[in-house]
Design a protein around this ligand. Sequence first.
Ligand code: ADP
Ligand code: MG
Length: 626
Amino acid sequence: MRLFLGLLFRNRLAAVGAVVLAAILLFVLAIPVLPLADPNITETGKRFLLPFGEGHWLGTDHLGRDLLSRLLHGTRLSLAVGFAAAFVAATIGSAIGIVAGYFGGLVDNIVMRGVDMLMAFPYILLALAIVAALGPGLMNALVAVAAVNIPFFARNIRGVTVSLAHREFIDAARLSGMGHGRILASELLPNVLPVIVIAMSTTIGWMILETAGLSFLGLGSQPPQADLGSMLGEARAALITSPHTSVVPGVMIFLIVMSINLLGDGIRDALDPRLRSGALDRPAAMTRIDRRSPPPGAPAAPPLLALQDLQTRFHVGKRVYKAVNEVSLHLAKGECLGLVGESGSGKSVTALSVMGLVASPPGVITGGAVRLDGEDVLGFSRSRLRSARGDRVAYIFQDPLGTLHPLHTIENQLVEAIRAHRSVPHAEARARALELLDAVRIPNAGARLPAYPHELSGGMRQRVGIAMALANDPDIIIADEPTTALDVTVQAQILALLDELRRERGLAIVFITHDFGVVAQLCDRVAVMYAGRIVEEGPTAAVLATPAHPYTRRLIACVPELGEGRRELAAIAGLPPVVDRLPDGCAFAPRCDKAADACRRGEIRLAGEGTRRVRCIHPEHPEETV
Ligand code: ADP
Ligand code: MG
C-alpha cells in the first residue's frame, strides 16, 4: 500500500487530481457544519446577484437561490450518483464478465450476445430509453447510467478472465477439489480486482458526466433538488445575461471530471505491474549514458573489443541495481571468450551494454568505456551506433522464436537484415540470404526461404538466428545463451557450427552461458561473473583444471559428466545477492564455505599475473581442487 501510494504520488498529475478531488470531497462532506443558506429557498427580490456579493459568495440564480449552497448540495448529489452508478455497473458487469469468461462455451455465448445487444444501441439513446420507460427521476437516471455501462465492464473483465481461466493455478485449484464458486471467489476475483479498480477509476468521470447530461435534459434530478446537471439546465436560459449561473456548475463539473480522470490514470499506472517496472515505457533507441568520470584512456595496442570498467545500472524507483559493476574484458580477433555465471549475474546486461542496447529507462551506463578497435562506442552518435549494430557487432539470442518476426518469412527477414546496412537490389540480397542459410548448414535452403519461423524446429530457428547475425559479416558475434533452449544433440550441432564459422571467417565470439561444459567445448578464454563483477578470468583449460575462485570451482562441479560414475552434483546452496544491496567485500562470501571475516570487508581487487586473474583473498590452491 505504501508502495502504491508512493508510485501514485510520484505521478504529479495524479497528485494534483487527488488534491483537487480531496478538497471537493472535504467541502461536500462539511456541508452540515458550513453556514450555508438553504439551497431551495427562493427569494425573487434577489435574482441573478453577481458573485462576491453581500451574503452570497457565488451570487444567486434565477429564483434568487444561493448558488454556493446549491453548488455544494448539487456536487454532493452528482458525486453520490456517479459513484453509485459506477459501483453498480462495476459489480454487475464484472460478475457477468467473470462468469462468462470462466465457464466459457454456451454460458459465455448466451451472456455475451446479450451484452452485445446492449452495446448495439447508441449509448445515450439507450439511457434515454431507459429513463423514458422508468420515468424521470434521479434514481432512474442512476439505473440508466449504470445499465449502459455494464457492457463495458463485462467485456473488459471477460477478456481478462478468459486469459486467466486456463492458467495452471486455476487448474491446480480445480485438481485440489475446489468448487466453481470457490475458484471464482478465491482464485479469479483477486486477480481481476485490479482490472476492475482500474476500469472503475477511469469511468467514474464519464458516469458523472452522463448523469449530469440526463439531469440537464430534465430527466434526472427534479426541481427544486439541485444537481450539477440540472443547475446547468436551469441556467441555460440566462446564459448570456447572467453567465455566472452556468459557469459555476460548469467549472465544478470540469474540476471533478478532470481530477477523477487524472487520479484514475495515476491509479491505473500505479497498479499495472508492467508500467511499474518501466517495462512499458518506450525505451530509447540507445542506452542512456551518464558517465560521471571521463572514460578511461585507450590501451596502447587496442584489442578488437575492450570493455573497460563498464558500469551499467538500473534505476527503478529509488533503488539502484548495479547489474554491471566495473567489468573489464577484452577480445582479440578470431578469439572466443566465454562469459559464465548463474542467472542474474549480469551477463546479458553486459552483452547488451556493448552496443547500447540496454533499455533506458531504467538502464543507464554510468561509467567506463567500450572500445571497438580502440574507439569508444559509448561516445558514438546515434547514427554511427546504429550502423555498427549488426554490421560490426551482431547478436544471437536465446530464444529465436522471440527474436524472429512471426509474420514474415525467413527470406524477408534475412533480406531486411542485409538491406539495413547495404543498399543492394532485392535479387542480390536474396542470393546472399540463400548463401547464408547454406553457411549455417540448413539443408535444402531454397525450400526454407519462404517458411515462417513457426514452421521450423528450434534448432533450425537458431540456425536462422545465426544466419541473421552473419548477414553483414560482422567482426564480433555476441551469443547470449544461444543453446540454452535447445536439446543436447541440437546444442552440440549449433556449437560445432559456431566453432566452424569462427575458424572459416575469423569471427570473434563472446559466448554467454551458465554451463561450463559448453565453455570447455568452444572457448579459448573464460570470464566468470558473479553479482555484476568478474570474479575470475583466464584461459579455459587453465581455469577448468585449476579454478582459483571458490565460485568457479563450485560452478564447474555442477557440470555432470557421462561415464564418471556416481558423483554428487554439488548445487551451490543459497541464492545470488540482489544487486541493489550488495554486501561489503566479496558478494559470494555468504555462500562460500571458505569465507573469513576479511572477505566481508572492503573492496577485493581482481588480481593476478599473466592471463589469469581472480577476485578472492583466499583463492583455491591447485592441490585442493576437485
Ligand atoms: P543474466 O546473467 O542471467 O543474463 P542479467 O544480465 O539479465 O542476468 O541481469 C543482471 C541483473 O540486472 C539482474 O539482477 C536483474 O535483476 C537486473 N536487471 C536486468 N534487467 C533489469 C531491468 N529492466 N530492471 C531492473 N533490473 C534489471
Ligand atoms: Mg541472460
